[in-house]
Ligand binder design. Sequence first.
Ligand SMILES: [Fe+2]
Length: 123
Amino acid sequence: MKYLTQTVQKGDWKAEKHVPIIHLPEEVKAGEAFEVSVSVGDEIAHPNTVEHHIAWIKLFFQPEDSKFPIEVGSYQFAAHGEAEVFSAPLIQAKMTVAAKGTFTAISYCNLHGLWESAAELVF
Ligand SMILES: [Fe+2]
């Protein structure tokens, strides 16, 4: 049996176009709002067609003292060239946290599966 988590792929976003890239401020403070964004294809553009596209991105944050990750948001990209309309794989969230921790982003390509990356939030 193969579990879903065993299928999640990783890589260097500079060389692999599927890897989500988490953009964080250099430093944040407890309780102060900050913005985090996630994109796919900053270095090597991923195709965005009806046949081949990034369908969604999910973003999680796990505070360092928490046992489980918290879902920050779930973003569905629905337009991939129909009537020349394209939704690009870029999302942004504004949030506050009480402790430093780890962001994890997971993206889904309809042809090449699940891809993940992680980034540390520094206080
Ligand atoms: Fe792909």
